[in-house]
Design a protein around this ligand. Structure first.
Ligand code: SAM
Length: 259
């Protein structure tokens, strides 16, 4: 049952470009939309999936996913898209109770997927060299309710550091190859190293660095291709969308071996 403090996504019921809004339920709270005012008290006590009638339309109350949160984020940096975040998490087998690290935090997109996956018992150590980016990411993460599972730190990840042994570390900035040797000692045996880079040159340098490191074994290098479809049953339309993201970046995956 939804209570005060639950985080919800209100999703407009509409055939054309439905809008959605994410907010935390507060006693006597309100949220203004083009469909009219959403009265929080009308949602408290309902279940996810409930339909609420507003002055000019209807909404469904849903549980937000990490992908939904990203759409509401203020972006100060390039981010890892949701598909890349999800696949990177699955490649490294991220789940409840794990300890993971990342750099840089950026706008907190990957952080959200990581914190969601390790919650409620795990932890994310998130490092960024840029204070403004880190503050913005912290603000973005506030809405997710996952902040207690994250430690944010302003830090240059190319410097030596020590944290409790990590199940995985994710590097998403322009020179991940400069941090591979500082991150690897913090990985537990069998721990995963994931680098995400957009350019071939960065792949080459990262792979070279992994291969020079006797504690790492390269597993795979790949990119994700997604094809969206336009669907309109009334007009019998079902075909690939003319607009889509054709490229985001390359995932490099290595594991820590105990030598
Ligand atoms: C592409 S963004 C990361 C996006 C993030 N993964 C997301 O999904 O929102 C790159 C970030 O890395 C940070 N950065 C660059 N060099 C760094 C370093 N040496 N140590 C830590 N952070 C660094 C930048 O300040 C920037 O915020």
């Amino acid at each position: 049952m939804l209570t005060e403090g639950s985080i919800v996504r209100a999703f407009e019921i509409s055939d054309r470009n439905p809008k959605s809004w994410i907010f935390k339920l507060l006693k006597d709270g309100e949220y203004s939309t083009h469909l009219g005012r959403i009265d929080h008290n009308a949602i408290i006590g309902q279940e996810y999936g409930s339909v609420i009638t507003l002055t000019k339309g209807e909404i469904i109350v849903l549980r937000p996913s990490p992908r939904d949160f990203l759409r509401s984020f203020r972006l100060k940096t390039q981010i890892m898209y949701a598909d890349d975040c999800a696949i990177a998490c699955s490649v490294a087998g991220i789940g409840n109770g794990m300890s993971v690290g990342e750099a840089g935090t950026g706008s907190g997109a990957l952080t959200t997927f990581l914190a969601w996956a390790v919650a409620p018992d795990g932890h994310v150590y998130s490092f960024d060299i840029n204070e403004k980016h880190l503050c913005n990411a912290q603000q973005n993460l506030q809405l997710t309710g996952l902040q207690d599972n994250i430690t944010f730190k302003i830090f240059d990840i190319r410097e030596k550091f020590t944290v409790p042994p990590l199940d995985a570390f994710f590097l998403d900035f322009s020179t991940p190859f400069e941090a591979i040797d500082t991150v690897t000692p913090n990985l537990a045996g069998g721990g995963h190293l994931i680098c995400f880079v957009p350019n071939w040159g960065q792949v080459e340098q990262s792979v070279e660095k992994i291969q020079q490191n006797s504690e790492l074994a390269l597993q795979q290098v790949f990119e994700i291709n997604r094809r969206d479809f336009n669907i309109n049953p009334k007009k019998h339309i079902m075909r690939p969308s003319f607009r889509s993201i054709v490229y985001s970046g390359i995932i490099i995956h290595a594991i820590k071996i105990l030598t």
